[in-house]
Design a binder for this molecule. Structure first.
Ligand SMILES: *Cc1c(COP(=O)(O)O)cnc(C)c1O
Length: 421
């Protein structure tokens, strides 16, 4: 006899073919703007046209003095570290649990990434960061994982107490805020990705935010040589004489990507309101379901919900392995549930276990050798995360409810999967 679970021959909860979530939302308005830009100009060398429009819009949105668009989030992070003055032998405390690009630019600068563990939310543990500060520490980098703000006030206080720079990777968290203060406006420098699935998308792109003129000039020197450096860095400034060459790298965004993102930025707040509503529904529908823990955000927190991480508890479900539970969800038609792959504790990746073959000339490469087991909280969370997309429209509510129903069904019948593992 088979149970009701689709994996055992029952009827799936969702029969619509996937994917059930696509991002970013594009429409005729997007087409028109892209076409108009195509006819206007597809290379912009200075801070003008759509580049100036989007940077100004970002500055207004985040309430910071300077925004610089880049070709990717990875490039934005690279420039942020360079502009922060990070160099060989400097230690930067970074989350163990993040996307690799939060940290990889440090390897190119001869710096030493000091990984720190997560707290229960998955974000950087302020206590663990504090324990890893040494005389060589120059900065703390925080990611706002899945769009849920890290304890940015706690990290700001810690950084100030030790005279360290606070940097933010806001790539999951455009528009997220705590008590009205937006993620990316608290750190000394913040970097964001505008990659395809990110809450604010350009397809490909990124940007850096800062209130410091000096940092702004350094970011321009790093990836925006010639015309832009000439016009933006005052003739009286000592770096102005390097304007033609800068540091010789080119990290500019494509104008067509910028125009896509400008349209998205105009709608970002409405996306976030819709996502908050759907995240609230998921939280209610899955509250008190055995074996599942949903994310908790405080009243004063607005999350960007790049993902909705549900933590699975194998012990509460009679030892049923997460792999089997996941398989059963897929069979129920919950095709957009994800087990995060490359966003993982970095100590699990060969690059952070032994970077020597790829960075033989890094002067401190021997000091970078992480091992599995060193970041128990991050590793436990990552191994047990089932991530949902967060929809944003009124008509997506029923889809979110069906996903929640699928989770409840598999939990309800989990006994039938015993012995199936
Ligand atoms: C996507 C992402 C990046 C890298 O951004 P790209 O635009 O893909 O280069 C960096 N950090 C985090 C946390 C990300 O999610």
């Amino acid at each position: 006899m088979t149970g009701e679970l689709a994996l055992l021959g029952g009827t799936p909860v969702i029969s619509e073919p996937g994917p059930h979530f696509s991002w970013p939302p594009l429409d005729d308005g997007t087409d028109r703007r892209v076409l108009a830009q195509l006819q206007r100009s597809i290379s912009i060398y200075n801070r003008s046209g759509v580049i100036a429009e989007l940077e100004t819009a970002l500055e207004d949105y985040f309430g910071v003095r300077h925004a610089v668009l880049t070709s990717s989030g990875t490039a934005a992070l690279h420039s942020a570290y360079v502009a922060a003055g990070v160099g060989p032998g400097d230690e930067v405390i970074v989350p163990a649990y993040t996307f690799l690009a939060t940290v990889t630019p440090l390897l190119h600068l001869g710096a030493i990434p000091v990984l720190a563990d997560s707290d229960d939310t998955g974000n950087l543990s302020v206590a663990d960061v504090a324990a890893r500060i040494t005389p060589k520490t120059v900065a703390i980098m925080a990611t706002h994982l899945w769009g849920i703000p890290a304890d940015i006030a706690g990290l700001r206080a810690l950084a100030d107490e030790h005279n360290l720079l606070l940097l933010e990777d806001g790539s999951h968290a455009h528009g997220a805020a705590v008590a009205g203060r937006k993620v990316g406006s608290v750190g000394d420098i913040a970097a964001f990705s505008l990659n395809g699935p990110k809450p604010l998308s350009a397809g490909e792109g990124g940007f850096v935010l800062t209130n410091s003129d000096e940092v702004y000039y350094r970011i321009l020197m790093h990836g925006h040589y010639n015309k832009r450096c000439k016009s933006e860095i005052p003739p009286s400034h000592p770096l102005h004489r390097y304007a033609v060459t800068g540091m010789g790298l080119k990290f500019r965004i494509h104008p067509l990507a910028a125009v896509i993102s400008l349209g998205q930025l105009e709608r970002l707040d409405s996306y976030l309101i819709g996502r908050a509503e759907i995240a609230g529904i998921l939280g209610e529908e899955l509250a008190d379901v055995e074996g599942l823990r949903t994310p908790h955000v405080t009243e004063e927190t607005l999350a960007a919900w790049y993902g909705y991480p549900i933590i699975y508890s194998v012990d509460e479900l009679g030892g049923l392995p997460i792999e089997k539970f996941f398989e059963a969800l897929q069979a129920e038609g919950l095709l957009d549930v994800d087990r995060p792959g490359s966003t993982c504790p970095l100590n699990l990746l060969p690059l952070f276990q032994d970077p020597r073959p790829l960075f033989p000339h890094h002067p401190y490469v021997g000091q970078i050798s992480y091992r599995p087991g060193q970041f128990p909280v991050a590793e436990r969370l990552h191994a047990n995360t089932l991530k949902l997309p967060v929809w944003h429209r009124e008509r997506d509510i029923s889809l979110a409810q069906k996903y929640a129903a699928g989770f409840r069904k598999v939990v309800g019948f989990h006994h039938e999967l015993k012995g199936q593992a």
